[in-house]
Design a protein around this ligand. Sequence first.
Ligand code: KE4
Length: 431
Amino acid sequence: MTDRNIDLFERASRVIPGGVNSPVRAFRAVGGTPRFVQRAQGAYFWDANGQRYIDYIGSWGPMILGHGNPVVLEAVQKAALDGFSFGAPTEREIELAEEILKHVPSMEMVRLVSSGTEAGMSALRLARGATGRSKFIKFEGCYHGHADALLVKAGSGLATFGHPTSAGVPAEVVQHTLVLEYNNIEQLEQAFQLHGKELACVMIEPIAGNMNFVRASVPFMKRCRELCTQYGALLVFDEVMTGFRVALGSAQSIYAKDIAGFKPDVTVLGKVIGGGMPLAAFGGPRDIMSKLAPTGPVYQAGTLSGNPVATACGLTTLKEIAKPGFWNALSARTQSLVDGLSAAATKAGVPFSADCQGGMFGFFLLPELPHNYAKVMTSDGAKFNRLFHGLLDRGVYIAPALYEAGFVSAAHSEADIAQTVEAFAQALIAG
Ligand code: KE4
């Protein structure tokens, strides 16, 4: 019997670069043939051969309710009947903005856009426009979308500016980007001593889902906040992945429990706030956001920004996850998965560490949780790839790269968790 995934991948590769519309989907890191999704429902999707998988990617975060949630589906269908796109303001954009601001008190205003890249790029421009400064700090292992200035790897030494990670990005575009080691307070302090007054912002993933799952330590985050305040730089929280995924108040609400009065200056959101439709956002205090066109000099625009079908999907999703009991149930389900995987790894005698928050998790084939990118990359890639395929062959779909996070939805049942843990145990034994 032919494998339709192989046929489709060959056909796709003839007309779409690499056969995919986003590189990570091509399975380049893990090898093998990407699964072409035919349909999805709840915690599952079915591939082109009709094979069912328990889905722990969920579109890389957005599908927190699971696929095809009936309440969201009805809202999207109704919105579509009223019109796909107008290029004019709608009431539902106000409702979604108000709903976001209700749960993220550091934001007084928000601008809706269509992707996390657009939101991150615009947040950087806003920080530069608001401060009149060009330089900024990001951290190795954090990904903020593919805007030129953000496609940077660390320079040769501390406080040397970055080098492009992509062809097509001129060196002069990244000359203002300083790349530091995540969780390295000493480097952060030295960078501020050298460049503090020239820094527009520090941009950070508070829990780095692009390093699988690495938390910024509380002391490190406290120092980021203090130094930004001291030198007049903005603290930009990239919560595209963690926003409304790790907690209803996003990751910043978790740091606010440990750091009195903690707030970032600008927050970047995406994924969950669109519920799976193309929608992202960035926001902050009124005095900063008012710098944006048409009220201020920082230009930003978008034909499909605040799209009426996408806002219906996002707004309904946010209202569902705000319901009583949602987060306790989701957190418990995610913890149950992590505990099960840990127990299976221990039984198999495999080095393993894992962490989770809300509906987001990560695990490493390392004895201890890594705290920066260099440590994450000491993982045994070949072993991970064998594990990935062992799970895939057993109907469990995790991220096809060891540096990517995993996501549990409200639709994942305890039976799904048990099946996943059993598949994991079998895959580990198979080696
Ligand atoms: P998008 O442009 O892909 O919507 O968002 C970019 C982005 C920005 N910030 C963070 C923290 C992100 O995680 C992302 C996108 N995440 C990746 C997964 N690591 C999306 C998957 C992909 O690139 O296909």
